[in-house]
Design a binder for this molecule. Sequence first.
Ligand code: MLT
Length: 404
Amino acid sequence: MFKVNDNYQKLPGSYLFSTIAKKVSAFQAANPEKTLIRLGIGDVTQPLAPAIIDAMHNAVTEMGNAETFHGYAPDLGYEFLRTAIADNDYKARGCDISADEIFVSDGAKSDSGNIQEIFSVDNRIAVCDPVYPVYVDSNVMAGRTGTYDPKTEMWSNVIYMPCTKENNFVPEFPKENPDIIYLCLPNNPTGTTITKDQLQEWVNYANKIGAVIIYDGAYEAYISEDNVAHSIYECEGARTCAIELKSFSKNAGFTGVRLGYAVVPKDLKCGDVSLHQMWARRHGTKFNGAPYIVQRAGEAVYSEAGKAQLKEQVAYYMKNAAAIKGGLQDAGFEVFGGVNAPYIWLKTPDQMTSWEFFDYLLEKANVVGTPGSGFGPSGEGYFRLTAFGTYENTLAALERIKAL
Ligand code: MLT
């Protein structure tokens, strides 16, 4: 008789955004006349930029000709894209990362869920609380998190680093030493970030205790302040302790196109064992490469036209962020984030729990957001709104919330 991976049975409930989608569908089915405004999941609404569409059209044409047709992509990514990434995201910022340390994938969600596979099941992970649920759930599936306490909503073998307004949403070094530290900066869900100096302290700490940092930089394009690092490799010593994950979803609107990459520096080792070689082995075995058309689209992100168009797109979403932040503040809400990230993190009013406020907003304003507690116990009493809606919907949602 076969046996299942029992670790899956330990997962409480379904994936956060699936739960929300089900609740919203049920509400819409019961209230078909209501027009919902969705500011929940961080999904983009602006169409792909013209430079990207042109590159995709050209690549589609190439795929239709025998001379220019492409079959399997190289499993670690096409050279043209890896070089564009190395030049633009790293060399241009003075970071010492070469094209062959970049592994192209179908997105940062996959990478952030898969990366734990190359680490021993005995490793102890540390996560910010609140946290993007994939980091914890993928470690639960691997059997690394111990037992779940439904009362505290915590796993016995996970080190939680609370990020609340009391510490300005800056994680503090944990009392016990972790082996793997997940950092998402600028942060999802709180929309806040830390300075480059503070990040440098994390790099020093990881090198000192022999930990690895999984650095999720999905929201890097939204950084507006000068003292914030765009890559962890801007910090000295990061090559020996950090893996960086990047996404094309948020900076270029690829949520439905799917493209991302992981950087695993060759200096990152556990004794004599190279994590770069391990990830190459894993990637080569389990992944057949992102599609050629999509990788050409990714290359266009770094073209002069692409850069200019995407700058405008990011500015569009950040205008939404400013409108949400200002509008909610005017309405008396306590609001965080939204300066270096497209997420607004607000304190729920009148001591409401996160889910109570979710229901209240859905029913009374027909606005969908994300309950903070879905990201971890320290998210209780908070709520996340995304700036990825259209400007019109964002303003309309604000009007509805103010009218409550
Ligand atoms: C979110 O809403 O937190 C993100 O869109 C989820 C993701 O990027 O997978």
